[in-house]
Design a protein around this ligand. Structure first.
Ligand SMILES: Cc1cc2nc3c(=O)[nH]c(=O)nc-3n(C[C@H](O)[C@H](O)[C@H](O)COP(=O)(O)OP(=O)(O)OC[C@H]3O[C@@H](n4cnc5c(N)ncnc54)[C@H](O)[C@@H]3O)c2cc1C
Length: 419
């Protein structure tokens, strides 16, 4: 057994070894040895989705791919590349992605495999930007899939169950600037009464709460694409909600030095230096933490937030911060926004996993039955119940059986889900 662990340190991988092949041929050789295997990204998941009893393979030493399509509407990049690695390269070429997660430290293949997302009523999850991908199956066969192909919608959010994602082609667009504004202490009742207006007031909106207080939201972060067109509407909305603009830079977790955070205070700058909350060269978030998230259809969002609010007394003692974001609908089979615009209710917990796991069933029971747990974070919802919330689950299971008939990628996490 290795002593290697995930980013958060709450999981020591059970794998016998972590291999770092330096060529695709070496990767093929490792796969040809047989036995259980999983790919490993940048290790930012909080559960055992990446783990295996066999060999973990990290693709971070494969030759790098970075090819801009001649149409300048797409880029092909290594699956193991981090968003933070490719963003400045794209920007230098006058190009941009539509969105980023809260941190640029994560690998592209790991993020899309788990349905990772940022925020934005009009922006889909990071997986929705995938136009194509190349997968090496455990049997060593190369499969290239493009948007529109039969299996494509099942293969992007893959839970790592199909094979090694060698490269990914992402949609890109002309580069743009973003300005970030923070507002404090709007009334929760007023925010929930005008929830749709609040989340649509910027390109990307996040609501942060510690649930120490249930009468106001601690912070609302608004990331706005430039040129600015909604300044007056934004100012008047937040005035109506009883909020004040922050007068200095903030961290999502109250009391934490905001040095790790991207620029705020309305100063416009490159998209990749504003869309993520955290800078690549710093530890994101708290560092010592675990995370949970449930995504609910937009129509259920206010009820779901109210349910969490009702549990504030039990949640707050374990919580560092709660973040609420929006994600546009997509057609990817295992996307948590499959078939519905969604609202993510995210919990950054103190690193007290046993107590958090004891509380999660209460939260899961209080949320609407449409809530889908984030694949990469800690949840306790039963596997059968979880998969029942994905209408295309059986199609995904059939796809996984075709890509991996010997079930070498099926680990305890996937077995719990019934794969
Ligand atoms: C501080 C912090 C902030 C976060 N913020 C957000 C956020 O804003 N939004 C959000 O949605 N999530 C967020 N997350 C969760 C995170 O984005 C996901 O857990 C994501 O999967 C991490 O990618 P990774 O490369 O670290 O994946 P890993 O944990 O290494 O792996 C995840 C899965 O991807 C598979 N995989 C990885 N690489 C490959 C490959 N090349 N081929 C095939 N399969 C592969 C693995 O087998 C595994 O199943 C955050 C996590 C942390 C620690």
């Amino acid at each position: 057994m290795t002593t290697e662990h995930n980013w958060a340190g709450n999981l020591t991988y059970r794998a016998s070894t972590i291999a770092h092949p330096e060529s695709v041929d070496e990767l093929r050789g490792l796969l040809a040895q047989g036995g259980p295997v999983r790919m490993l990204g940048s290790r930012h998941c909080f559960n055992d989705i990446a783990d295996t009893d066999g060999v973990l393979i990290a693709l971070d030493r494969l030759p790098r791919v970075f090819e801009i399509d001649p149409t300048r509407t797409a880029v092909r990049v290594s699956g193991a590349a981090r968003y933070g690695d490719i963003a400045p390269l794209l920007d230098a070429e006058g190009l941009a992605l539509a969105n980023l997660a809260s941190l640029p430290h994560i690998s592209i293949a790991g993020a899309i495999a788990t349905g990772t997302h940022g925020s934005g009523d009009a922006i889909g999850s990071l997986a929705s930007a995938v136009r194509g991908l190349t997968i090496l199956t455990p049997a060593g066969e190369t499969r290239t899939l493009e948007r529109g192909d039969d299996d494509f919608d099942g293969a992007v959010v893959s839970l790592g169950a199909l094979g090694a994602v060698l490269d990914v082609t992402l949609d890109v667009e002309p580069t743009y600037e973003v300005a970030q504004h923070v507002f404090e202490h709007p009334s929760w009742d007023a925010v929930l009464a005008d929830f749709d207006e609040v989340t649509s007031i910027g390109t990307s909106v996040s609501l942060f709460s510690t649930w120490e207080r249930t009468d106001f939201v601690d912070q609302i972060w608004v990331k706005q694409r430039q040129p600015e067109a909604r300044e007056a509407a934004r100012e008047s909305l937040f005035e109506r909600l009883g909020a004040e603009p922050a007068t200095s830079k903030r961290h999502p977790i109250l009391g934490v030095d905001p040095i790790a955070c991207t620029e705020q205070l309305g100063v416009a700058g490159p998209w990749f230096e504003r869309l993520a909350h955290f800078k690549l060269e710093f530890t994101p978030s708290a560092g010592a933490e675990i995370q949970t998230e449930y995504l609910v259809p937009r129509a259920d969002a206010v009820a779901a937030i109210q349910a969490v609010r009702t549990l504030a007394g039990q949640i707050a003692p374990l919580l560092l911060v709660n973040e609420i974001r929006t994600v546009r609908s997509d057609d990817l089979w295992l996307s948590s926004s499959n078939g519905t615009d969604a609202v993510g209710i995210h919990f950054t917990w103190k690193p007290e996993e046993e107590a958090v796991r004891a509380l999660l069933p209460t939260i899961e029971a209080a949320l609407p039955e449409t809530a889908r747990p984030h694949w990469g974070k800690v949840f306790t919802l039963d596997g059968a119940e979880t998969r029942s919330r994905y209408p295309r689950w059986d199609d995904f299971a059939a796809l996984a059986a075709r890509f991996d008939p010997e079930r070498r990628l099926v680990n305890p996490y996937l077995e719990r889900l019934g794969l």
